[in-house]
Design a protein around this ligand. Structure first.
Ligand SMILES: CC(C)(COP(=O)(O)OP(=O)(O)OC[C@H]1O[C@@H](n2cnc3c(N)ncnc32)[C@H](O)[C@@H]1OP(=O)(O)O)[C@@H](O)C(=O)NCCC(=O)NCCS
Length: 217
């Protein structure tokens, strides 16, 4: 269940004067790209904008945090053009995805949080096109204010509205306890599929349609 509160119920919470009115995923969502009272909004941005920002902010992070952001691939201090290439297409031994659609939480021109979704194929779910969530990141001074939750909800809502998409998958480093708590709070569940990504043990997590996650039509 991808909701802030209990199944199908309406929840309301305040974050630093910003009212995020949330209605359960199984009910209906207010549009995610509305401008909040504090001038903070969730919006879709270009790959170039996202990559430029991520390369800058990730440089400031300790290596173990950077390693968590997409299993070292985006987390390595990249040049902007190689980050753009990496976000434009992705292929591994078991998955092949098209370009990322990036979402940010922005306070005017300042980005606070980011995530993206891609569409493609993975051997884990061979007979379907899946969406993959990635590069989930909030700048350190803005953590635990609900920004990543708002961003991931917008991205998964967008993904699950695409024709034929029934599932959102993502890879989470097993040692990343904060991230695991975060995805649990959004209704993602760990699968039995694991791998080593640059020596980091990781598990695939999923959120599916049909278990109360239907986005607003
Ligand atoms: C994981 C991360 C993206 C969370 O971002 P955030 O904006 O702080 O997350 P939110 O404030 O939206 O958190 C929402 C929920 O996640 C959980 N959560 C977030 N941070 C947590 C922490 N440090 N410890 C425990 N739970 C946490 C909470 O359950 C919280 O729900 P609640 O406050 O409604 O109870 C952020 O810590 C981050 O950027 N970490 C470094 C990069 C990374 O590890 N990315 C994930 C890669 S898979």
């Amino acid at each position: 269940m991808l909701t802030a509160g209990s199944a199908g119920s309406a929840g309301h919470f305040w974050s630093r004067g910003v009212l995020l009115v949330m209605v359960g995923w199984s009910g209906c969502w207010l549009p995610w790209n509305f401008l909040t009272a504090a001038g903070t909004e969730v919006r879709q941005v270009s790959i170039e904008e996202a990559a430029e920002w991520l390369v800058t902010v990730l440089k400031e992070e300790p290596e173990d945090i950077r390693d968590n952001v997409d299993g070292k691939q985006m987390g390595r201090p990249l040049a902007v053009d190689s980050a753009v290439r990496w976000m434009t297409s992705f292929e591994s031994s078991r998955s092949k995805y098209g370009p990322a659609t990036p979402f940010v939480v922005a306070s005017e021109d300042r980005f606070l949080s980011h995530c993206c979704v891609r569409f493609g194929e993975t051997q884990l779910y061979p007979d379907e096109v899946v969406s993959a969530l990635g590069v989930v990141y909030t700048i350190p001074q803005e953590r635990q204010k609900g920004w990543a939750k708002a961003c991931v909800r917008a991205a998964t809502d967008f993904a699950l509205k695409q024709p034929g998409i029934k599932r959102v998958v993502l890879l989470v480093a097993d040692r990343n306890l904060e991230a695991r708590k975060f995805y649990e709070s959004l209704g993602f569940t760990p699968s039995s599929h694991t791998l080593l990504n640059n020596d980091i043990p990781m598990t695939f997590w999923t959120a599916q349609l049909g278990i109360g996650n239907e986005p607003e039509s």
